[in-house]
Ligand binder design. Sequence first.
Ligand code: ATP
Length: 241
Amino acid sequence: MSDLLTVNQLSVHYGGIQAVRDVSFSVKEGEQTTLIGANGAGKSSTVRAITGLEPFSGEILFNGKPIRKRRAESLLREGLVMVPEGRGIFARMTVLENLIMAPMSLRGMARAEATHLAEELLAKVGLSDKRDAWPSSLSGGQQQRVAIARALAMKPSIMLFDEPTSALDPELVGDVLEVMKNLASEGMTMVIVTHEMGFAREVADRVIFIDQGVIQEEGKPGQIFSAPSNPRTAAFLSKVL
Ligand code: ATP
C-alpha cells in the first residue's frame, strides 16, 4: 500500500533550540505508529509540524502533496486531523454542537446529516446520553472522547494524537484508550504520541523512539519493548516500564 504520510528530514526550531532534528518516517494507510520518548524529546513538535501548526524545515507529504505553508484548516478538510493533548473541545457549545460545527462549515454538510453522523459517533465513543450536555459537566475522559468523536466527524483519513490521555486521572485513561483501540482495529491510520507503553505495545504496528529530537530507534513493538537495540531506548524503557 502507498504511503499516506511521508516525513523527510523534518527539523523544528524554537529560536535557538532545535526540538526536532532530521526526523524521517512514513505511514501507510491503515498503519498505527506510536511516538515514544522522554518529556521534551520532540514528539509533540513532530506531530504539530505535521498538522501545519509549527514552521519547520524538511519535507512533509500528505497524500503525496507537501504540507508546508498549508493551513491546518485545509488539512482538516483533506482528512488529516489532530486530537490535541488535554481536552480541546469548545466549552461554549454543547457536545452535539461541537461535533456538527466543522462538518457543516468546512464540508458543507447539511445540519440534519451532520447531526445524524454526530449521533452515530457519540454512540461509537459510548456517549450517546451526553448529546446535549455542556462540556463542563463531563469528566476529562468523556471530554477527550468527545474530542475524538469531533475529529471523526471530519471523516479523516489519518488521525494524529498528541498524548491523548496525559491530562486524565488514571481511572479515566482506560475508556479513552479503548476507543482508540477500536479505531485501530477498524483500520484507522493513526500517529500517536503516548506515554502509555502498554497501549503502544498492544496497538502499534510500529514504535518510534525519539530522544533529543532524533529518532534513535524504530521497529515492531515486540522488538522495541523486548529487545531494544539502542542503549538509549533500553535506558528509557527501563525507567518507564
Ligand atoms: P512532552 O512529552 O513533554 O510533551 P515532547 O517530546 O512532546 O515532550 P516537545 O514538546 O516537542 O517534546 O518539545 C521539544 C523541545 O522543544 C523541548 O525542549 C521544549 O522545551 C521545546 N519547545 C516545545 N515547544 C516550544 C515552544 N513553543 N517554544 C519554545 N520551546 C519549545
